[in-house]
Ligand binder design. Structure first.
Ligand code: SF4
Length: 76
């Protein structure tokens, strides 16, 4: 019987351009646990991409820019 439950992991999680921006895996995993593997329907990146709009690479799931978090080390 096919699984009809809604997906719990974001369909864009494979190759999400945000992932390589983090140099610390623990920080990335925290964001993933909050959005990508939980409630991705509230991710601003997901919503923009689903609407067909361009998604700034450094936009965080909450809509802020990665540069708004100077404590987060980036991979780029
Ligand atoms: S950051 Fe947003 S768009 Fe990217 S995988 Fe996570 S939930 Fe999906």
């Amino acid at each position: 019987m096919p699984d009809s439950s809604p997906p719990t992991v974001c369909p864009y999680s494979k190759g999400c351009p945000l992932y390589p921006m983090f140099s610390m895996e623990s920080v990335l995993h925290m964001w993933m646990a909050l959005y990508c593997e939980a409630d991705f329907s509230r991710c601003e990146r997901y919503l923009l991409r689903t609407s067909g709009a361009q998604v700034p690479p450094s936009m965080m799931p909450n809509g802020k820019n990665l540069s708004d978090y100077p404590g987060i080390k980036t991979g780029k």
